[in-house]
Design a protein around this ligand. Structure first.
Ligand SMILES: [Zn+2]
Length: 180
């Protein structure tokens, strides 16, 4: 929803010079996108500055093939990532990069409203994988029976030496088999 709202505000949709007029109605010839070796890059100064402040390298930000989203491999789950749809149901931070892109379009932005965001400099890693299912830890409560009656009531009789709850006190004849 925020993602689409950003598009409606022009982020990713009004980056090409021929698609944009300024808020005053004048034609705005600045293109915020450049193409190099078949790939698109964002060149807006505020967005790039935010990108570099987060550790991004270069003077432009890699874009997806549609030139309207940050490259998914660069920003991973960020709100305007080309792969944002892969992160549905998880946090899609509105990073300072996207706020910078809003500023590049002429909006005034409250930068303090940026989401906590770290540029993933070493790939998306596990973030792009399906959320791992947490294994339920095995029940480690120590088993203790007060008497053989309790063992039988629990359906655990007979107990072999080494079984949870086995103790010499329950094994009257000491043959390694308790409550037989
Ligand atoms: Zn989009």
């Amino acid at each position: 929803m925020i993602h689409e709202t950003l598009h409606a505000l022009g982020v990713g949709t009004l980056w090409e010079a021929d698609a944009r007029v300024s808020l005053s109605g004048a034609s705005d010839e600045r293109s915020l996108v450049t193409r190099s070796a078949g790939r698109f890059y964002y060149t807006g100064a505020r967005g790039v500055a935010a990108y570099r402040a987060l550790g991004g390298r270069g003077d432009r930000i890699p874009l997806d093939a549609d030139a309207g989203h940050w490259a998914g491999s660069t920003v991973c789950s960020e709100i305007l990532s080309g792969d944002a749809g892969d992160y549905t149901g998880r946090v899609n931070p509105v990073s300072p990069i996207t706020l910078g892109a809003l500023e590049d379009l002429g909006y005034r932005v409250n930068r303090a409203a940026a989401s906590p965001y770290t540029l993933p400099l070493h790939g998306c890693g596990v973030q792009s994988a399906p959320a791992p299912t947490k294994a339920t830890p095995p029940d480690r409560r120590p088993v203790s029976y007060a008497s053989c009656a309790a063992v039988r009531a629990a359906g655990a009789a007979p107990l072999r030496r080494g079984d949870p709850g086995y103790r010499a006190g329950l094994d009257g004849d000491g043959d390694g088999l308790a409550c037989e």
